[in-house]
Design a protein around this ligand. Structure first.
Ligand code: DC
Length: 232
């Protein structure tokens, strides 16, 4: 039987972490877990229940309600990527807006939120054979992951990619607001006290500013194959 490993893909927002994690999971027949979607689902819950807005953040109220939040994943079709569910309701489209992006980083600073989600992520990846992307996968969730990738790209490249994605969805956004959101999320994600975004010591850094998706996939797939075979 082929050995299964844990693949942790961390990095800055909109670096294409989920794209490559999905490609790896499909190729290797692994489970793919988008942990950003889990933080986004909690954010959507907080917005819907009046715990966060542009003028206030009721952290204590959110913490007291965490037991009411159940996050799951569901595939609409067997070969499609799983959508995120909040209390059984598919909110995949709702969590991808710029509004959710603007509240998610403050929500992700709350240690109680992180504890709940990290626990669930560790269960999802317990049996290995998982490609998980996020900010703290190689440092906190799976510090023993066999392969850790840390992805980076210039802020302008990342904002441009995200802007195009939002336009494709039909969202009315300006490039400048997307750029500002990317920079602000970087700031909050790297400076928060609990599990800040940092590169694990044993991670391999990939800057994909000038790399196409196919080249990037083949480089990371080769690393994964080497780890599976125990070559490095
Ligand atoms: O990957 P993403 O852009 O969908 O993530 C949204 C936010 O969630 C990100 O700005 C920070 C937070 N996040 C986190 O703190 N830890 C993770 N493992 C994943 C995401």
């Amino acid at each position: 039987m082929i050995r299964k490993i844990t693949i942790a893909i961390d990095g800055y927002s909109s670096t294409g972490k989920s794209t490559v994690a999905k490609q790896l999971a499909d190729y290797l027949d692994y489970i793919y877990v988008d942990t950003g979607a889990m933080y986004r689902a909690v954010t959507y819950f907080a917005m819907q229940n009046g715990f966060i807005s542009t003028t206030h953040f009721d952290k204590e109220g959110l913490i007291a309600s965490l037991d009411e939040i159940s996050i799951g994943f569901e595939k609409a079709q067997p070969f499609e990527t799983a959508d995120v569910l909040l209390n059984g309701i598919n909110i995949e489209s709702e969590i991808r807006t710029l509004e959710v992006s603007s509240f998610v980083s403050p929500i992700a600073t709350v240690p109680e939120v992180r504890r709940k989600l990290v626990y669930q992520q560790q269960i999802l990846g317990k049996l290995k054979g998982v490609a998980m992307d996020g900010r703290d996968i190689g440092t906190v969730v799976f510090p023993d992951a066999e392969l850790k990738i840390f992805m980076n790209a210039s802020a302008t490249q990342r904002a441009q990619r995200r802007y195009e994605e939002l336009l494709k969805r039909g969202d009315k956004v300006l490039y400048q607001e997307v750029y500002d959101n990317v920079v602000e999320r970087d700031r909050i994600d790297t400076t928060r006290e609990d599990s800040p975004l940092i590169m694990a010591e044993d991670a391999i850094e990939i800057d994909n500013s000038e790399m196409n998706l196919e080249d990037q996939f083949h480089i990371i797939l080769q690393l994964a194959k080497d780890r599976i075979a125990g070559r490095i």
